[in-house]
Design a protein around this ligand. Sequence first.
Ligand SMILES: Nc1ncnc2c1ncn2[C@@H]1O[C@H](COP(=O)(O)OP(=O)(O)OP(=O)(O)O)[C@@H](O)[C@H]1O
Length: 357
Amino acid sequence: MADGVLVKLRIERSAFVLDVDLALPGCGITALFGPSGSGKSTCLRAIAGLERSARGRVVVGSEVWQDAATFVPTHRRALGYVFQEASLFTHLSVRANLEFGRKRVPARERRYTPEAVAELLGIAALLERRPAHLSGGERQRVAIARALLASPRLLLMDEPLAALDVRRKGEILPYLERLHDELSIPIIYVSHAPDEVARLADHLVLLDAGKVVASGPLQDTLARADLPPAFTDDAGVVLDTVLDGHEADDLSRLAFGDGVLHVGRRPEAPGTRLRCRIHARDVSLALERPAGTSILNLLPATVSATTPTDTPGHVLVQLRAGATPLLARITERSRRELDIVPGRQVWAQIKGVALLG
Ligand SMILES: Nc1ncnc2c1ncn2[C@@H]1O[C@H](COP(=O)(O)OP(=O)(O)OP(=O)(O)O)[C@@H](O)[C@H]1O
């Protein structure tokens, strides 16, 4: 993977060991997800070269940042780092803050102009303001713009939305989606908010107690039923759909590889891509195609695996509707009575589809 990011690192602290070996894609957003204290920030800091005790190898594209013979100091690594709180220079205007990011790189290595980045992050109208006169979400967008103007080969974001309230988060998420669509650099994004991860990520790394529990494409990884209970509590799959059309009775059709889902009428135009999440708790199973049900979304599916969950008496069932993975959370009693075993043909009844975005 010539353009990917390789991270093989070990850090030993008295009460904590981080031991990761990751091959991450060279573009798109990789979410680093895990419970508090699992080592997400430590891993990010080590990639940046801020953890001097880290042993191992960090390679970004063709650049070796760290190996047995090399340790490139942080300020020589072409990276952008965005923290929970935007650390802008308060005595400088937004424009001067952005210039500061740009001046860090020689002219021939600059990949973005301040105008293009300001446009990308929707801050063109704020350039003459001081940070004190910006909202939290706007400050964070300026911090991201400043990081990008340093022409990074890798963008690291450590819970960039955690300090914002729900409304501000909602404001900034579309900009993060744009970064994802329009930048060709990899982004590693630390979060412990499942919905944020489901909305933004392409690749997912699950960390627990300093170890990698899973690493893979978002859809496949979320659809795994064999993860530790900490990761299956709020289990659910993500589907990338295209808005197929609106119906007269205020429903919209979402098409995905293996079928169609109906949801309440969406404001978007047909053809719009929409990502949605189907929680395992919103999926129930039937052996025959249900008749006389108010549930609109019924998909034929095949059981691929079942696993116990953290909640006594409940199991997680992994299914495939064609090539599309689904998860259902049912009771052990239902599993036994319906004889839900791998290979069984069932109907998945989807009670809720959460649109992300
Ligand atoms: N500077 C430090 N010195 C010693 N131990 C530390 C240091 N920073 C973090 N730790 C410990 O290392 C472990 C991993 O912490 P880290 O901050 O990387 O976790 P995290 O997954 O980012 O957590 P959170 O979601 O709460 O931010 C924890 O046990 C933490 O207490």
